[in-house]
Design a protein around this ligand. Structure first.
Ligand code: IVH
Length: 684
């Protein structure tokens, strides 16, 4: 079929536009159009290609994801071997390297190209006449695996070079990596699916690229950074400097480290190492060192290679972020919300620049998934300020007496029952207010504005009160006096008097506030109101069994279980009793029935900045109309209200097909039904 010339032209223009936007998005990280417009361009292209299949070419952006899985990867021999680098660990190693280079070249000071050393997977990409022709892993340096189909799905790898007159052959070398944020997201997803997590971004990148099914690779957020070429034919890539080569690759729409720099002499090399080291944690990708390369390509050639490494370059390594050590035991720590976290006690090991003796094991399921036993040799990882974690067991080194871990049934701090709700990964101490580890948090929550509203009880005071043993549970607040308070550090008599007045004033409260203030897990303000409305009196609420609780609108088994669990703890009952004895009171049955409206019984999530209403005003209006406000979007959310700068919640809503309202639509929804209600009242 003869394709009309204007269609050919249109398809070409669409591809160029899509490539341009992909480049801005995946390489520069600076998208210039909304996703929806990009999607539209893509749909237009797909439509034209479907109508005119003759126009489809392998380098079309539509052809990134192949549809068939391979049974194995073919072996490919590299045109030029992919060598490795010698390592420098100490400054002295760098001084020696620089000395060798200077002596070999007979020059007083060397110009170097310095760049980060990416911690990923070495890859070679072949471009023929500017088109991506194939790519391979490094393998043993001489032969690697043909992972072309998978590489095509990586959007940061151009399928076409930007050069109008590209070299006949260009081999680009670089590293396939997974950015830290994408690694975190992938592991979170793996955890949610109860699948094994990856130990680090490098393993995640390698595991993702070595998938036989390119559709799986396409699901994984991989990217590619170019750091050199393996060879080029024809004159267009005749350059003098490595730094020019990197600029050339950037111009061909490759991602090249923005941190690359040209430096002179060894002192500047060491300063570069320091600078990048200081940024290491904030970089979006993992690096394990920096690489110094003699910048003049002619000098590189003169220096040549020894064995399997170049003489003209060296990798200067940072302290390793992973180390192997013995897992001596597993202890359980109680966090501020009662969450029980298993913590590994380790034989001290130097990792990430410090000696590590403890590392988190996250939760029980993680321990099972990773099959970690006490006595095992484990890989510990400490990346920057992140809490050290045990990422894996060293396979085949399990001693015969290795023991399995069991989560205790009683809280190690207070001895109360530990509960793990269905569908939750975390086990929790049910003691709430009574458990020492949870006291501070509970106190702060109790005093917070929407609970008992005691001004002046902030973090500093709560810390002091709990640390000095003055307050063990919230009822102790009502036993304080000015003298005791003024005796605390940095507490003037006057502010002590103010806090006392606030505490006194808080005694007169409302039933919903009181229920909310107790800090029962899964009982937010809205549920507290529902409970107060339903039960009317505290005694009725405390006497309620799970079935009674399930009778409250919007209370499901999870919430019912945690309420019943809370009130069945004698400590919690005692605290409630003490609070009443100290004079905390409210009018029971005071909650008016909320007017029926469109919002009644519906759950809303607010996100972003609304043009007129503050977040609190919007929430108050929703609640006044009988609705509930929740913090996160789930299948149970009825509406998501979005304002400016709304982020992932909007995406989530879209994914789950939940109606999205702006401020105007929200107000309309709230008022419309009120009008209807008024009408119904008039004409019943
Ligand atoms: S240059 C002759 N530059 O490090 C070798 N390599 O030991 C030239 N790597 O697996 C390599 N970042 O993939 C070079 N900016 C960088 C690098 C880098 C990471 C990897 C490379 C190879 C290993 C070399």
């Amino acid at each position: 079929m003869q394709v009309p010339a204007d269609i050919v032209q249109r398809v070409r223009a669409l591809r160029e536009e899509i490539d341009q936007h992909s480049y801005r998005y995946y390489v520069l990280d600076q998208p210039s159009i909304p996703d929806s417009e990009y999607d539209q361009l893509f749909r237009d292209l797909l439509e034209l290609e479907a109508r005119y299949p003759d126009l489809v070419v392998p380098e079309s952006p539509s052809q990134r994801v192949g549809a068939t899985a391979a049974s194995e990867f073919a072996q490919v021999t590299h045109r030029a071997p992919m060598l490795s680098l010698n390592n420098a660990f100490e400054d002295d190693d760098v001084l020696a390297f620089d000395r060798r280079v200077r002596e070999a070249l007979g020059v007083a000071e060397i110009e170097y190209a310095a760049e980060p050393k990416f911690d990923g997977l070495a890859i070679s990409l072949t471009y023929e006449d500017g088109r991506f022709a194939g790519g391979a892993t490094r393998g043993d340096g001489y032969t690697g695996e043909d992972v072309t189909a998978n590489l095509r799905s990586i959007r940061a790898i151009p399928l076409r070079l930007a050069d109008a007159s590209p070299p006949r052959l260009l081999e680009v070398r670089g590293e396939v990596i997974m950015l830290k944020r994408d690694f975190e997201a992938l592991n979170a997803q793996q955890r949610a699916r109860n699948e094994k997590t990856f130990a680090n971004p490098r393993n995640a990148a390698a595991g993702s690229l070595r998938q036989l099914d390119p559709r799986v690779t396409a699901q994984r957020a991989l990217t590619f950074f170019a750091y050199g070429i393996g060879g080029a034919e024809e004159a267009s890539v005749v350059l003098d400097l490595h730094s020019q080569l990197l600029d050339y690759l950037a111009a061909q729409r490759f991602r090249v480290a923005p941190e690359r720099r040209v430096v002179h002499g060894v002192a500047e090399l060491l300063r570069y190492y320091q600078d990048i080291g200081a940024q290491r944690e904030r970089l979006p990708y993992e690096i394990d060192g920096v690489v110094y390369k003699v910048n003049h390509l002619r000098d590189q050639e003169r220096l040549g290679f020894v064995a399997r490494a170049p003489r003209f370059a060296i990798a200067h390594k940072y302290p390793a972020q992973e180390a192997v050590t013995d897992l001596l035991g597993i202890e359980v720590q109680v966090g501020r919300t009662g969450a029980l976290t298993p913590v590994a006690r380790l034989k001290p090991v130097f990792v990430g620049g410090v000696t590590v003796t403890n590392a988190t094991l996250h939760n029980e399921d993680e321990i099972r998934r990773k099959d970690i036993r006490i006595g095992d040799q484990v890989i510990v990882r400490r990346a920057g300020d992140v809490i050290p974690e045990v990422v894996a067991v060293v396979a085949n080194r399990r001693p015969p007496n290795a023991r399995e871990f069991v989560m205790p049934e009683r809280c190690p701090v207070c001895g109360s029952v530990v509960q793990r709700l269905a569908g939750e990964a975390v086990a929790r101490c049910t003691a709430g207010l009574y458990c020492a580890a949870q006291r501070k948090q509970a106190l702060l929550h109790f005093a917070s504005r929407r609970a008992m509203d005691i001004e002046g009880v902030g973090e500093k005071l709560a810390d002091q009160l709990v640390d000095h043993g003055v307050v063990r549970d919230p009822s102790d607040l009502y036993r304080l006096d000015v003298k005791r308070l003024a005796g605390l550090e940095r507490m003037a008599e006057r502010s002590a008097a103010n806090v006392m007045a606030a505490i006194e004033a808080s005694k007169h409260t409302t039933f919903p506030r009181f229920v909310y203030a107790l800090g029962i897990r899964n009982v937010g303000e809205a549920t507290a109101k529902d409970l107060a409305r339903h039960f009317g009196t505290l005694d009725a609420l405390m006497a309620a069994g799970i079935t009674d609780l399930l009778g409250v609108p919007d209370v499901g088994p999870v919430v019912a279980t945690s309420i019943a669990g809370f009130f069945s703890e004698p400590h919690n009952r005692a605290v409630v009793q003490a609070l009443r004895e100290q004079g905390v009171h409210w009018e029971e049955r005071e909650v008016p029935q909320a007017p029926r409206s469109m919002a009644s019984g519906r759950t809303f999530v607010l996100t972003g900045v609304l043009p007129n209403l503050s977040r609190e005003e919007a929430a108050a209006r929703i609640e006044a109309a009988g609705g509930k406000v929740s913090g996160s979007v789930s299948r149970r959310t009825d509406y998501v209200v979005v304002g400016k700068d709304s982020g992932s919640k909007r995406e989530k809503a879209r994914e789950l097909d939940i109606p999205i309202l702006d401020e105007g639509a929200l107000i309309a929804l709230l008022t419309e039904r009120q009008r209807n209600d008024a009408q119904t009242e008039k004409n019943p």
